[in-house]
Design a protein around this ligand. Structure first.
Ligand SMILES: C[S@@+](CC[C@H](N)C(=O)[O-])C[C@H]1O[C@@H](n2cnc3c(N)ncnc32)[C@H](O)[C@@H]1O
Length: 518
């Protein structure tokens, strides 16, 4: 508590403020006028709440450049760091900031940043922090690869930077991979964008804001009017720079050159006491896990990638990352058109390509074939996974109570897939002795990451189940309306009998709007 007060006083002394320039601060702290620090167990833990009712677009926090922890600011005040960094031009800007952060930690209490550094979490749950067992618990190949890649990248970057860290004579415990993971986790999950350094900046107090996915701010009608500008950004040519800056302010935080400060604005109206959330960007759950070590139960930007046949990836000219299933189970536009095209017999495809890109259904028969293929692919993808969504749900409940000492016999009574995963966990953590397992503090931390992996795979499976339900609904709809509009999708110009597929001799009629809704 005292530490937190010291930090807020330190921040105020550096000019960090939630008070508009026109008012005088009510206390010695940098906060209190618009914000206060609070805990939100279900939405990010420590965060910032509103000290009063706040209107969308209001400036709520300002952090001057001098209070930002950037590589530049750290080097200005540390000649040894500045000279040493110059000797290693092959290091990326992120590696430099990671080393500069460790170098500051190395100074302990003599660092001017010490009150701020004491506020950092002791460990992180980003994908690079996942051990082998936790990575395997993700179950889906794409996620496993992403985690392995993150872990290997962190290790390679640490090795590359270790000469510089030795040059700086960091304490042995700060030269370890564990220390590197802590510092790079801090950079990954706490930095904000600045225009002059790709690594970004650490922004005291500003980095207490927890995350909400972009898009949530237009949930009430009043907000929708104010938020209109956000959706008009494509018209930017028609807008003045000031108008654009104002539009931007309504939805986000950013560094403002004219006041040399990082400024945070309310992205919607808030009632006193509510948590203020900011958007760090548009992320899928896997990306949130990778960069920030958490995921959202209800993430509108989540995507589930399913394994396609190898030649489907090059069938249309879509980038692979556009071929996904949305949280509501609907395939993305690119995936839908690819599957539709795939369902056209190979010798007929040339004449269908223009229709595929139009986004319209090709024919009732094709649509049913595409939906069947998609549903089957989701089913087979789910089938080969070690646990079902239901079992994952049960495992999460078990793990919530798994922090105490347990008898091994309890595990043997569990459903086999859950028992085998629990046994694998205990083996990996060397926990089992004489029929009793006792979770150490390391095992408890690991359980938290394991739970994140299970939550992630559970969301993935739910999306695939939604997709199966969506495809089934479309198939049933088409089958039930076979005799109406769908019969007329392909009509031969001369109205003779026709065979589906010979598109050069056929008109394409748009399905009616109800039939078109996918
Ligand atoms: C910039 S910090 C935000 C402040 C942080 N809670 C703290 O105490 O320092 C980002 C971290 O907060 C947590 N976080 C932010 N938003 C969250 C959310 N909506 N749900 C869960 N955790 C969240 C994650 O651990 C993330 O890495």
């Amino acid at each position: 508590m005292e530490e937190a007060l010291n930090f807020l006083q330190w921040a105020a002394d550096l000019g960090i403020s939630d008070t508009p320039l026109t008012s005088t601060p009510q206390s010695d702290s940098c906060l209190g006028h618009s914000l206060f620090v609070s805990t939100f167990p279900d939405a990010g833990g420590r965060g910032l709440a509103t000290a009063r009712d706040i209107r969308k677009g209001e400036l709520i926090l300002k952090v001057p450049n001098g209070a930002l922890m950037t590589s530049q600011n750290l080097m200005i005040n540390d000649e040894v760091l500045s000279i040493s960094v110059k000797k290693h031009p092959y290091l990326s800007s992120t590696q430099i900031l990671v080393v500069a952060l460790l170098n500051e930690v190395n100074k302990g209490k003599s660092s001017p940043w010490w009150p701020y550094l004491k506020q950092f979490p002791r460990s992180y749950d980003t994908l690079a922090d996942f051990d082998k067992f936790e990575i395997q618990a993700l179950q889906i190949d794409d996620a496993i690869w992403a985690a392995q890649k993150a872990s290997l990248k962190a290790e390679a970057e640490w090795k590359e930077a270790s000469v510089l860290m030795h040059d700086l004579k960091l304490k042995p415990q700060l030269l370890t991979l564990k220390a590197w993971l802590w510092a790079s986790g801090s950079i990954s999950s706490r930095t904000m964008h600045i225009p002059w350094d790709e690594a970004g900046c650490l922004c005291p107090v500003g980095d207490f804001f927890n995350y909400a996915a972009p898009g949530d701010e237009t949930s009430n009608s009043e907000d929708q009017v104010a938020g209109k500008a956000f959706y008009l950004q494509e018209d930017s040519m028609l807008k003045s720079a000031t108008e654009l800056a104002t539009d931007h302010r309504l939805i986000d935080a950013g560094y403002e050159e004219d006041v040399s400060s990082y400024c945070f604005y309310a992205r919607r109206n808030y009632r006193k006491g509510e948590q203020v959330l900011v958007s760090y960007g548009t992320y899928t759950n896997l990306e949130l896990l990778q960069h920030y070590g958490f995921l959202l139960t209800d993430n509108p930007n989540d995507k589930a990638f399913i394994p396609l046949e190898s030649d489907m990836y090059s069938l249309c000219s879509w980038e692979n990352e556009l071929l996904y299933v949305q949280p509501d189970g609907k395939p993305s536009f690119a995936l839908l058109s690819t599957v539709r095209f795939w369902a056209v017999p190979q010798n007929k495809r040339r004449s269908f390509i223009h229709l595929v890109y139009s986004g319209n259904r090709l024919s009732a028969h094709n649509e049913v074939a595409a939906m069947r293929w998609l549903a089957k692919k989701c089913r087979t993808t789910l089938y080969i996974l070690p646990t079902t969504a239901e079992e994952d749900g049960k495992l999460l409940v078990i793990l919530d109570k798994f922090q105490d000492i347990h008898q091994f016999v309890e595990i043997k009574e569990m459903p086999p897939p859950l028992a085998s995963e629990l046994c694998a966990f205990m083996e990996s953590k060397d926990m089992l002795s004489e029929g009793i397992y006792v979770p150490s503090s390391v095992a408890r931390r690991s359980i938290e990451r394991w739970k994140l992996a299970i939550q992630w795979r559970l969301h993935y499976k739910k999306i695939l189940c939604n997709c199966i339900a969506h495809c089934t609904e479309i198939i049933n709809y088409i089958n039930s309306s076979k005799d109406s509009e769908y019969q007329e999708i392909f009509v031969k110009k001369n109205k003779k009998n026709y065979t589906e597929g010979e598109s050069s001799t056929y008109y394409y009629l748009k399905p009616t709007s109800s039939a078109n809704a996918t």
